[in-house]
Design a binder for this molecule. Structure first.
Ligand SMILES: NC(=O)C1=CN([C@@H]2O[C@H](COP(=O)(O)OP(=O)(O)OC[C@H]3O[C@@H](n4cnc5c(N)ncnc54)[C@H](OP(=O)(O)O)[C@@H]3O)[C@@H](O)[C@H]2O)C=CC1
Ligand SMILES: CC(=O)C(=O)O
Ligand SMILES: [Mg+2]
Length: 412
């Protein structure tokens, strides 16, 4: 058994199983405390909320509470292993919400037969929470699920694997292009994977300037092109009018590779085909499409990122979801719209270019982190991220008319 495997199992098992717990936020020592917290006192906020649902934000934990909800159909890059097996990842997301943004989060793993049943389950419990973070739900069902829930829920619903990943990818990509002296408008882009993360990443890159016809997306059957008759609605958006069929065909002269597919799917000889100064985001977790050591052996001119914490340039949605929800909840946004997503991209980019606090260097076991090939994006433990991203997102929510409150909080 590898050292990391045993350490990871021990970390999850000891001294208490799991990574999160519930704690009390009010006194519960005396009979008087209980008379306020429970019967008879609890009846008073009940009546207030029955009269005005918005009072739930004043008298309950709703406004600081996020549900992390999965059906376990696309657990990281491990595939469809079912709801219960997704629990460590969902507890992990809750853990990150608390650690980085002070948000209380609870994981909910849903067993269901039909997509409609899943949608109904989530819609029926949504009012309990300030926001809903959907996680590790595979394509194409994730698209219908998110659309239906955004429509039915009064609180923000956000599929992290789509939009969290896209926001962090766009921020890292724009920075990497700047360092490599390239621009998104002219870049030839290869996206390996055509699921939740792939579709959202490419759509956001297009919003940032990428040309749709210069994007080559691949699924298990190869390049997605206009003569295929097996494409889902979302894959169809990326059908390229091309004779190219394989990963090698499209990687010839490519500037950008985004991997959101599975482990070890980018062979070194294929990486060698890319244009000078390429950018490789091998984002599959836990094992990337190509290992950084191998990629650097093949190319000394590339910028390399993975989804992992143990290599430079971690392009991972952890840089987004805690903070975008912090901003959204703090102004009681009814949704997380494009304006809020773009504000998050710009805030992440800006932090990457500023001097890194000593505590981040220490936590990263680094002597120096300076904007460049090995530091295109901030570290998740950077304490500036929460205030900077949440403020930008809250302001964007107010300006775009989806906020329930008119003033963003002062995080300083
Ligand atoms: N770093 C980060 O922050 C994030 C990384 N990811 C990673 O992205 C990956 C996909 O996640 P997600 O989009 O949620 O999952 P989905 O199940 O929605 O999509 C998976 C996609 O990968 C494709 N794929 C799988 N195996 C291959 C293969 N051998 N060759 C080509 N394509 C392949 C599938 O093809 P087909 O359509 O033919 O089935 C599908 O299009 C995972 O590895 C995950 O860890 C996801 C979110 C965040
Ligand atoms: C990071 C993440 O959400 C994933 O790999 O699915
Ligand atoms: Mg995920």
């Amino acid at each position: 058994m590898s050292d990391l495997r045993q350490r990871a199992l021990d970390y999850h098992a000891k001294p208490t199983p799991g990574k999160i717990r519930v704690e009390l936020s009010k006194p519960a020592e005396s009979v008087d405390d209980l008379a306020l917290a429970y019967s008879p006192g609890v009846a008073e906020p009940v009546k207030e909320i029955a009269d005005d649902p918005a009072a739930a934000y004043q008298y309950t934990a709703k406004g600081n509470l996020v549900a992390v909800i999965s059906n376990g159909t696309a657990i990281l890059g491990l595939g469809n292993l079912g709801p219960l097996a997704s629990k460590p990842v969902m507890e992990g997301k809750a853990f990150l919400f608390k650690r980085f943004a002070g948000l209380d989060a609870i994981d909910i793993e849903v067993k269901h037969r039909t997509t409609e049943e899943f949608i109904n389950t989530v819609a029926n419990i949504a009012d309990t929470f300030g926001g809903i973070n959907l996680e590790d739900i595979k394509a194409p069902e994730c698209f219908e699920i998110e659309r239906a829930l955004v429509e039915r829920c009064k609180v923000p619903v956000f599929h992290d694997d789509q939009h969290g990943t896209a926001i962090v990818t766009a921020a890292g990509m724009l920075n990497a292009l700047e360092i490599q002296g390239k621009n998104l408008e002219d870049a030839k882009i290869v996206c390996l994977g055509a699921g939740a993360a792939a579709v959202a990443c490419m759509e956001l890159l297009i919003k940032c300037g990428a040309q749709r016809e210069r994007i080559y997306m691949l699924d298990r059957k190869g390049v997605i092109h206009t003569r295929r008759d097996d494409l889902t609605e979302h894959k169809m958006l990326f059908a390229n009018n091309t004779d190219k069929r394989t990963l090698d065909d499209v990687m010839e002269g490519a500037d950008i590779f985004v991997g959101v597919s599975g482990p070890d799917l980018l062979p070194p000889e294929t990486l060698a085909l890319m244009a000078p100064n390429p950018i490789v985001f091998a984002c599959s977790n836990p094992d990337p499409e190509i290992r950084p050591e191998l990629a650097h052996e093949i190319r000394d001119d590339l910028i390399m990122a993975t989804g992992r914490s143990d290599y430079p340039n971690q392009v991972n949605n952890v840089l987004c979801f805690p903070f975008i929800f912090r901003g959204a909840l703090d102004v009681r946004a009814s949704q997380i719209n494009d304006e809020m997503k773009v504000a998050a991209v710009e805030a992440i980019r800006a932090v990457s270019k500023e001097p890194v606090p000593e505590e981040v260097l220490k936590a990263s076991k680094s002597d120096s982190l300076v904007f460049g090939k090995e530091y295109i994006i901030p570290k998740p433990m950077d304490p500036r991220l929460c205030s900077r991203i949440a403020t930008a997102v809250a302001k964007a929510a107010i300006e775009s008319g989806v906020a329930g409150l008119e003033t963003p909080p002062d995080y300083a």
